[in-house]
Design a protein around this ligand. Structure first.
Ligand code: ADP
Ligand code: MG
Ligand code: ZN
Length: 597
């Protein structure tokens, strides 16, 4: 039964991890807490029970944008679903209610505020409700970033609908948030399913923030027409990057909390409907972004912790196709973030925690090991073999004997009495003639210019690694001066060998250019392009976002399999009954045209 719904309605041949379990528990009338990563396919877990039963399912969702996205997708699959929120006109509401009265509506999306209305609640109590799903359930928890007071009031649901099972779903819940959800929603002996946090279709890369704009431009040049977000810390850099990109001919816009509401809404819509490809934004561009075909998320600056970083990059690749996350980082970033923490009004314990979290993401940025594993470990999931979708796994850094370089750097720090910041240290090593050096007489020390043959960028990487290995540290309380640690002695005087990872400049790294694109299917690029154009024309005609018609994955499979009759078309993932009826003819026509048939 549920497999049939999965194929007939949604067009998928098999369940993803924990989907079937969650659906079955719910059909057995048990409360469920389901934690799956973004893109893990949580919606289907309450949509299939909704279709498998006679009555109606209520879905609580925190944002209008999220509701609209799901309702549009359901309608495309031929399912009667509506959302009720403050922007819905009175008449439209009445129409929805009469359809509910006739028992024709399968899913009703409501905001938590909406459920506060006594009248609406009483009305719904008189209807056959099979299930109440609470999407983005972590919003009940004060521990997370997305706390919503109205979500806490959902605690009344259990009392108001005592015989209706509740399913709470979320992508971001550590142990304390999970307990909070169970507690606040009064879940009764819930079945709890927790999937892996890993997002195997996202390639993780981190790169030193030198010539960031140049690196970005190069990255984008290979990804024309693809959607992505560039996160920056400040509103000023958001606007700066976006206007530079426009000047360079890219389709870019910007978004931050300082803009008018309508303006923000416009940018959001333009992005969803692919009228603009790149949005430069502060983290204010957040949870409402359910666009499933985001191909990359870049961080122009270091994030403040691993939680935020992972939540932000999680917006990429929800459709399961290959996506990329590129993080830039620099000492200037970490210095600024440290200052934000110190200058905040928080108490010292809180500050200490924030500093520690910042250190962890700094380690993540600088590591030569598997980045995914660092993240998984951070969230308490242990895995030791490499992920094969991060830069360090795909291009393992080559190690060399860096003892001499390390001695040069340490000795320069020592001979200048630990007074240099990183830039100045590199300039001394490279024998720069800059005024600050001349004035302090650093040109006379023995290590002046000994590292002339190593470019600055490389020095920066090597010194970072020396800091990582604990031979030096940066004193953020004293203008970022580089200090020696007790370990430095062993390198300088006891002949300990130091291994360093060879520095490879980002653009020279063998780009995982659409690497995952070919993993599953032998994608036929010219055909894919034709199908994409067809999809966009149809989306325009219907006034829906392109990804609602078919996700990229379906187009990739179509381009590889090239079905030219309805039966083979119906076997493609993402083609359900409704979409077969609506789209098979046009897409088959395009494929035949391409094959010259
Ligand atoms: P989440 O809410 O967990 O972030 P969604 O429910 O939005 O994820 O699903 C992400 C994408 O995965 C959607 O395009 C959805 O249609 C697709 N999907 C869900 N379940 C499956 C499945 N069993 N097989 C293939 N694709 C699936
Ligand atoms: Mg979701
Ligand atoms: Zn890895």
């Amino acid at each position: 039964m549920i497999h049939k719904i999965l194929k007939d309605t949604f067009g998928y041949g098999s369940f993803r991890p924990f989907q079937q379990e969650a659906i079955e528990s719910s059909l057995a009338k048990q409360d469920v807490l389901l934690v799956l990563p973004t893109g893990g396919g949580k919606s289907i877990c309450f949509q299939i029970p909704a279709l498998a039963q006679d009555g109606m399912t209520i879905v609580v969702s925190p944002l209008i944008a999220l509701m609209n996205d799901q309702v549009m997708a359901l309608n495309q699959n031929g399912i009667r679903a509506y959302s009720i929120h403050s922007n819905i006109e009175y008449e439209q509401k009445n129409r929805i209610f009469s359809e509910i009265d006739r028992g024709e509506v399968k899913l009703l999306y409501i905001s938590p505020e909406g459920l506060q209305s006594e009248q609406l609640r009483t009305y719904l109590q008189s209807k056959p409700i099979d299930l109440i799903a609470v999407d983005e359930a972590h919003c009940v928890s004060m521990w997370g970033n997305d706390f919503r007071p109205d979500y806490v009031k959902l605690s009344m649901l259990k009392a108001a609908f005592p015989s209706v099972p509740i399913m709470a779903v979320t992508a971001t819940a550590d142990g304390s948030t999970q307990a909070d959800i169970v507690d606040k929603l009064n879940l009764d002996n819930p079945a709890i399913y927790i999937g892996s946090f890993e997002r195997p279709n996202i390639t993780l890369t981190a790169s030193p923030g030198l010539d960031r704009y140049g690196q970005i431009k190069q990255f984008l040049a290979q990804r024309q027409e693809e959607s992505g977000i560039i996160y920056c810390t400040s509103r000023k850099s958001v606007e700066m990057v976006s206007s530079k990109l426009r000047a360079d001919g890219f389709s870019a816009d910007h978004y931050h909390a300082g803009m008018e509401r309508e303006e923000r809404e416009r940018v959001h819509q333009d992005f969803i409907y692919d009228r603009v490809h790149i949005v430069c934004a502060t983290i204010a561009f957040g949870m409402g972004i359910d666009k499933s075909n985001i191909r990359f998320v870049m961080h122009y600056n270091l994030s403040k912790n691993i939680e935020s970083y992972y939540q932000e990059i999680g917006r990429a690749g929800r459709d399961g196709s290959a996506a990329e996350a590129l993080l830039f980082y620099s000492y200037a970033d970490i210095t600024l973030l440290k200052r934000f923490i110190d200058d905040s009004d928080a108490d010292s314990v809180y500050k200490e925690v924030q500093h520690a979290k910042l250190d962890r993401i700094w380690d993540f940025a600088n590591t030569a090991h598997c980045r995914t594993n660092i993240i998984l470990n951070y969230f308490g999931e242990y895995k030791s073999e490499g992920c094969m979708h991060c830069d360090n796994c795909l291009n393992p850094p080559e190690l060399f004997d860096g003892t001499r370089y390390t001695q040069m750097a340490l000795s320069a720090v020592k001979r200048t009495d630990e007074k240099l910041n990183l830039n100045l240290l590199i300039d001394v090593l490279r024998g720069s003639g800059r005024q600050e050096i001349m004035m302090n007489g650093y040109q006379h020390i023995k290590t002046y210019g000994v590292g002339r043959e190593i470019p600055s960028k490389d020095w920066r990487s090597y010194i970072s690694q020396m800091i990582q290995q604990g031979f030096m540290s940066i004193d953020y309380s004293a203008q970022g001066r580089v200090r020696l640690t007790p370990l430095a002695q062993e390198i300088l005087f006891e002949g300990q060998v130091v291994k360093l990872a060879k520095f490879v400049w980002q653009e020279k790294k063998a780009k995982p250019k659409r690497a995952a694109r070919v993993t599953e299917f032998e994608v036929d690029e010219p055909l894919f392009e034709r199908l994409r154009k067809l999809r966009s024309a149809m989306a325009k005609e219907q006034g829906v976002p392109a990804y609602v018609i078919f996700p990229n994955k379906t187009l990739e499979e179509l381009s590889a399999v090239k079905p030219v009759d309805e039966i083979s078309f119906s076997l493609i993932n993402g083609v359900g009954r409704q979409k077969l009826e609506k789209y098979a003819e046009a897409f088959i026509g395009e494929i035949k045209g391409y094959l010259g048939k």
